[in-house]
Design a protein around this ligand. Structure first.
Ligand code: GLN
Length: 195
């Protein structure tokens, strides 16, 4: 696969920023809302935003089940912040009617960093990326615990903030909001390796 076609789930959230980040690391990126659009892409990004809203919209657009099927079939996926929550097999404190897509064997706590500090930036070392990444945390979740097949890629302040399980990658922070697109580059390398 030379230039992968990567969809960005465009129900809600910072879709545009991901489209720009992906284009800068040699992928073709396009928004995805409907099952037919999902079927066309090689890989998917689930953006930051609000996971409860995203979950309800995914159901309304009939794309929640197709997402589960693609991801369990091994389609590469990268979720940031609300996207990380969407990829969790389990949420500690789900809002009513909140469902996740799942795909990563982890338990996630929503708004975990929020109480101390609504939003902040911090330098984070991410396995697979050379040198520290500026992490933008916005009402960010953390990963409370992971299963045996999940690789922890980054921790901040004693909490897990980046993980990978097979072809699924997730970060609590938002690399799409900085000009540094190395984490997207890491994801595109995963997509190429899977393809
Ligand atoms: N706290 C949000 C949620 O629960 C996530 C915030 C974000 O994506 N920046 O979905």
């Amino acid at each position: 696969m030379s230039t992968p076609l990567i969809g960005v789930l465009a129900l809600q959230g910072d879709v545009r920023e991901h489209l720009i980040a992906l284009a800068s690391v040699d992928a073709v990126a396009r928004p995805v809302r409907r099952p037919e659009e999902l079927a066309e892409v090689d890989a998917l990004v689930i953006p930051g935003g609000e996971s409860t809203t995203m979950s309800k919209l995914a159901k309304a657009f009939g794309v929640l089940e197709p997402l589960r099927e693609r991801i369990s079939a091994g389609t590469p996926v990268y979720g940031t912040c609300a996207g990380l929550i969407m990829l969790a097999d389990k949420i500690l404190d789900p809002r009513s009617e909140q469902e996740t897509v799942g795909g990563i064997d982890m338990i996630v706590r929503r708004n975990a960093f929020g109480r101390q500090n609504e939003s902040f930036e911090a330098s984070v070392d991410v396995t697979g990326v050379d040198g520290p990444v500026e992490g933008v945390f916005i009402r960010a979740p953390w990963v409370e615990s992971v299963g045996a097949d999940v690789e922890v890629l980054a921790e901040y302040d004693g909490h897990i903030v980046a993980v990978r399980q097979a072809n699924a990658l997730a970060t609590s922070f938002h690399p799409e909001l900085t000009g540094d697109h190395r984490v997207h580059g890491l994801f595109v390398d995963m997509v190429r390796a899977a393809g």
